[in-house]
Design a protein around this ligand. Structure first.
Ligand SMILES: [Zn+2]
Length: 119
């Protein structure tokens, strides 16, 4: 079992993406930070140039919604956004990395260590 294996995933198109990993860690990703962190090549190059990643300038970050969500094989999540952007694939390994680095994700919970049986 890899740490970024997914137990369950919930997409609320107007609020957040909630993921439970196989090791019991859960995290909520609010949509605006998730959109701004889009890992695709286009957004990466926009960020490197200091430009906004939002394609439609009139879409305010707090108004962003998901228009379509689809699993990308077993390794990631493909999200279409209300600003017209749809090329970002969020690999679960990357989402997990953001959680462990305390980036992007909010409301992270980890399993109670007292419940682990390490005897
Ligand atoms: Zn992107």
């Amino acid at each position: 079992m890899a740490a970024h294996d997914i137990e369950s995933i919930e997409v609320d198109r107007t609020k957040h993406v909630f993921i439970e990993f196989a090791d019991g860690v859960t995290a909520r990703f609010d949509l605006a930070p998730l959109r701004l962190a889009c890992p695709c090549a286009e957004c990466n190059s926009r960020r490197q140039q200091g430009r906004s990643v939002s394609v439609l300038a009139e879409t305010k970050p707090d108004e962003i919604t998901i228009t379509e969500a689809a699993m990308q094989g077993a390794w990631g999540l493909n999200l279409d956004w209300s600003d017209g952007h749809s090329t970002g694939i969020y690999a679960f390994e990357k989402l997990r990395g953001w959680i462990d680095d305390r980036l992007v994700a909010s409301h992270v919970t980890r399993p109670d260590p007292d419940l682990e049986t390490n005897r």
